[in-house]
Write a protein that binds this ligand. Structure first.
Ligand SMILES: [Zn+2]
Length: 253
């Protein structure tokens, strides 16, 4: 069986049995995969630190006969991203990014874009550390790549214009709504300026994270609307989310 060799980002691992490990990883060509790393905990020779979450590696694997678990053969470390361990906020946000990629994507399609997005996000956090902006940029782009971006700058129902000031918003109703279409159904009010800001963010390159500075209102409302959208589409609550929200309590309450 021919081995696959591919760049990969380690998303997550769990211990299996006495010495083995099951590793979830993201690749540009094959999307998100799970692999079995035999004796990964007993012998550090073959895998070393390269199966740690958030590490970027060159991974060698072969398909297994049945199921969707591949066999990991070898891993060369490309970048451990050790700067992520500078503080708890940064490490938690990095882990959250990996978990988002894990739950939003699978082995089908959209590998390349999400791989480059997560790679740029981790590189940014590695050198610049935690920021609410980095989190929001990642969330809105992940939603967009996954095909779940809510309507922001026009009414999700009638495509009509939105009023100035507070706009009704509900991810379950596909996004922003004009007063006629809303008719009291939406749960959130988001300022049209914030919707415009996030609309503009969607025109920037997927991998650009430096030099974004949002106003306190855009940070707060951005978290409200993106949290609403993510809740709508995630199959399960994220393990890292509650902990992550402790680092921006004023903006997620
Ligand atoms: Zn409408």
């Amino acid at each position: 069986m021919n081995p696959n060799i591919s760049p990969a980002i380690i998303l997550h691992h769990t211990d299996y049995g006495e010495a083995d490990r099951i590793v979830t990883f993201l690749t540009p060509e094959h999307g998100r995969l799970k692999g079995f790393a035999r004796a990964a905990r007993k012998s550090r020779k073959r895998f070393g630190a390269s199966l740690e979450p958030c590490a970027e590696v060159q991974l060698h694997w072969t398909a297994r006969g049945s199921g969707n678990l591949v066999s990991l053969r070898d891993a060369e470390l490309v970048d451990l991203h050790s700067g992520l361990r500078r503080d708890l906020e940064t490490l938690t946000l990095a882990g959250y990014g990996c978990e988002l990629a894990d739950v939003l994507f699978d082995e089908s399609g959209v590998g390349v874009e999400v791989f480059h997005l997560l790679q740029a996000f981790l590189n940014h956090l590695d050198t610049q550390g935690y920021s609410v902006e980095a989190r929001l940029l990642l969330e809105i782009r992940m939603l967009s790549v996954a095909g779940y971006l809510p309507h922001l700058q026009h009414c999700a129902d009638c495509s009509g214009p939105l009023p100035k000031g507070a706009v009704s918003f509900s991810a379950a109703l596909d996004g922003s709504l004009c007063p006629d279409c809303d008719a009291g159904r939406a749960t959130l009010k988001i300022d049209r300026m914030t919707l415009g800001t996030f609309g503009k963010i969607m025109q920037t390159p997927l991998t650009s994270f430096a030099d974004f500075k949002l106003s306190p209102l855009s940070r707060k409302e951005g978290q409200l609307l993106l949290s609403d959208a993510l809740r709508c589409y995630l199959h399960r609550p994220l393990r890292s989310l509650e902990f992550l929200n402790r680092f921006s309590p004023d903006e997620t309450s």
